[in-house]
Design a protein around this ligand. Sequence first.
Ligand code: NAP
Length: 469
Amino acid sequence: MSAPGTPDNPIRVAVIGAGPAGFYASEHLLKHEPLEIEVDLFDRLPTPFGLVRGGVAPDHPKIKSVTRVYEKTAAREGFRFFGNVKLGEDISVSDLESHYHAIVYTFGAETDRHLGIPGEDLTGSHAATAFVGWYNAHPDYADESFDLQTKRAVVIGNGNVATDVARMLALTEAELRETDTADHAIEGLAGNAIEEIVVLGRRGPAQAAFTNPELRELGEMEQADIVVDPAEIELDDQSKAYLDSDDADITTRKNVEILNEFAKKPLEGKPKRIVLRFLRSPIELQGDGRLEKVVIGRNELVEREDGTLRANDTGDREELECGLLLRSVGYTGIGVEGVAFDERRGTILNADGRVLEAEGNGPRPGHYTSGWIKRGPSGVIGTNKKCAQETVSHLLSDAEAGNLHAPEAPDPDAIEELLREREVDFVSFAGWQAIDAAEVARGEPQGRPRVKFVRVEEMLEAARESVGG
Ligand code: NAP
């Protein structure tokens, strides 16, 4: 047989995780000429698009329109989707090695980081990721419940996920009802009793991780005033010097400007308030079985040896009553059996996308990674395009050097047979399109983009309606 990469012996690649990272990796692989490459894109859910479907806030439909790019990739020759297939459960890494010349892990950062403070597990204290999954109809979070009949919610963290959850708590019922927010979440959020949403940043305004449009949006809510105490956004000397320097990041400079505008903005008497606070950390969550208040510590910024500023507890304390706390302090990855993992970073152990055999060892032939599980949970959706390009370029140069796997059963039918043998109810892209059409049809009478299915069983049933799904 000819070398892999020719029409009679294509390079077969399994991409694991159908979010942006998986689709961009697939696109780069399928676009590549003159090598003949085929891609099977797997996802543990019956639905593709990862965080675009399950993470992006429902009131940001424009961001979700990136799925059109992914649909074009899915329409390319040589692409197949296998939804509802769990790596580590339905198939193993060694199964993939038997069927593919290369594997690209793109399954993202699946879980949340913890604060590590007393009371974190009280009822009423949640990971923002769970709240996001719940309002986005992610099947894993369908049965979560949040007490939205409390007057004050506290959000920990100064990233864009914190802005998403703060906004979702402040949307009007009419705003919510235009979106594809899960029905169960609309019911809860529409009648919520929250009057104040307090967002705590452990460092100062010049260290916040918000991007400018997301921060600005918090000051433009229909039913929420924005509140910033001018004293809390006064800059320390180092931050001031940084912002005045030529090295200053434009986003940071603009964030500080926006926050200064917020601090001057008069209250308009809206029914809710979003309060942005800085140099504040939760020290302890208190309550009798359920969250009643958060003890907050005041921080000061201290310069580390590398010149960055860290938050240092001054010992000053205050207490804030609240019934809901969402920690939004970043995602982290979970490994998969048989692939080296960097526990500290929460990523697959890799060098620029080439998976390593083990710490300090060289690359493991045929294994690659891209997206959040490669580099950690940072950047916007588009960041994954460049990230995938780097990984795929390494894969291609390894292919040219003859350094991929030599699978025993590369025939495209063999993996399907294996899944059928194991009674895995996998969903093809046509199956997903049937789910998609059903969801859109459910939304139409209500003037909503879609009404999402929440249960995997419902999704599988809709997929079965498709020809060959
Ligand atoms: P992020 O941007 O990394 O922000 C995490 C925040 O948590 C930081 O402010 C961090 O502060 C804080 N933090 C970490 N540990 C903490 C602790 N123990 N106590 C208090 N605060 C703590 O993460 P993210 O918000 O989860 O977002 C993930 C990525 O998705 C980001 O790149 C984000 O831009 C992107 N995203 C984009 C959009 C959008 O474009 N609309 C929407 C959502 C998410 P320090 O800086 O002090 O560590």
